[in-house]
Design a protein around this ligand. Structure first.
Ligand SMILES: Cc1cc2nc3c(=O)[nH]c(=O)nc-3n(C[C@H](O)[C@H](O)[C@H](O)COP(=O)(O)O)c2cc1C
Length: 336
């Protein structure tokens, strides 16, 4: 593969979602392989001290690279954590042949450019069971379970744990200081979460029973939204599909597999018109994460909580987040 081809693949890989849009990755390429590394300079020591969520983010980037290669007619295979001396060397994507891309390959690659985290309320329309079954099968191919939160007692427990975690976070100055370092007001920012990607006002005032992460510190519980009109009709409350994804293990290998599964899930969903936003507050903290396991009788470890649904017209447009230029994250060796 030529340098320019790798740049195109890495551009697609970097469209991956990442926790706080930290983009915690580095890539090196030679003629026939792409290596993916965790970039510790972009760590979130308060929110993600074990780097679990950043490794998941890198796993998504790995899968986006595989999808971009397939659409370009390149068959690849992925090996994880091959270097015992360097645990930050997360994955090797090796070119193993040529293929004729299918329509599905093209659709998934196109979805890389369309996908954005959508935090605005979704349409009051459920995600069909057939699509959820398909997403479950996609995740299972990476040893990752995909479980819609359906029974009302599971939903109550999950909503409670998210709210509890959000409360803990809002009371933790170190968490808030770290979050603020990744919130961006400059529309040209190449990383971090743009304020425009987060619905304005008090997250509790949204027409939803699910609390999104409060990025704009101090809005929760304050009178930051529009004044409430007592005569207004009840808002159209969204009923998103919320799914938990998880793995049997809880190490870097499991996190990478969960990330790859999530990458496929997001692209298949996007290609079908379904958007998502992660709600990972309850998984940030060991206490709420452990309680999630017991309250929902989960076998294994929850890695991702995802809210899914159909975006309302016009809501995705304001949520485009920046990316660092490829030249900052990719080194192509002279042999390549
Ligand atoms: C592991 C992980 C955890 C995330 N957790 C949250 C979250 O709790 N709340 C939220 O609003 N977004 C969350 N996100 C979404 C990121 O903020 C988003 O991917 C990033 O800002 C880039 O934006 P994009 O997805 O629109 O490209 C998470 C993403 C990943 C990969």
């Amino acid at each position: 593969m030529e340098q320019q081809q790798w740049a195109t693949v890495v551009e697609a890989a970097t469209r991956a979602p990442s926790i706080h849009n930290t983009q915690p990755w580095r890539f090196t390429a030679t003629a026939d392989q792409l290596d993916v590394f965790l970039d510790r300079a972009r760590a979130l020591p308060v929110l993600d001290p074990t780097q679990r969520q950043q490794v998941i983010s890198c796993g998504i980037a790995v899968e986006f690279a595989v999808v971009a290669l397939a659409a370009a007619g390149v068959l690849s295979e992925v090996e994880l954590l091959t270097d015992d001396a360097d645990p930050d060397h997360l994955a090797t994507v090796r070119v193993i042949g040529a293929i004729v891309p299918t329509d599905e390959d093209a659709a998934l690659a196109a979805a890389i450019g369309h996908r954005h985290t959508v935090r605005d309320p979704f349409e009051p329309r459920i995600v069909p069971a057939g699509l959820l079954d398909r997403l479950q099968a996609e995740a299972a191919a990476f040893g990752t379970w995909f479980k819609p939160v359906t029974r009302s007692e599971e939903e109550v427990a999950t909503v409670f744990l998210i709210d509890r975690a959000e409360e803990m976070e809002q009371g933790d100055p170190a968490y808030l200081a770290e979050l603020q370092r990744w919130v961006r007001t400059d529309p040209g920012a190449v990383d971090g979460v743009p304020v425009g990607a987060v619905p304005a006002g008090d997250p509790h005032g949204r027409p939803s029973n699910w609390s999104i992460r409060d990025f704009v510190v101090g809005t929760r519980g304050h009178d930051a939204g529009a004044p409430v009109d007592p005569d207004a009709p009840p808002p159209d409350v969204e009923r998103p599909t919320v799914v938990l994804m998880g793995t049997d293990g809880d190490d870097r290998y499991a996190w990478l597999q969960a990330g790859r599964a999530l990458g496929r899930v997001l692209l298949v969903a996007t290609a079908d018109g379904v958007a998502a936003s992660p709600l990972t507050q309850a998984l940030d903290w060991p206490a709420t994460r452990t309680r999630m396991r017991s309250r929902l009788s989960l076998v294994g470890h929850p890695q991702m909580l995802l809210r899914m649904g159909y975006p309302r017209e016009g809501t995705a447009a304001g949520s485009v987040s920046g990316r660092r230029p490829v030249g900052e994250v990719l080194t192509v060796s002279p042999a390549g």
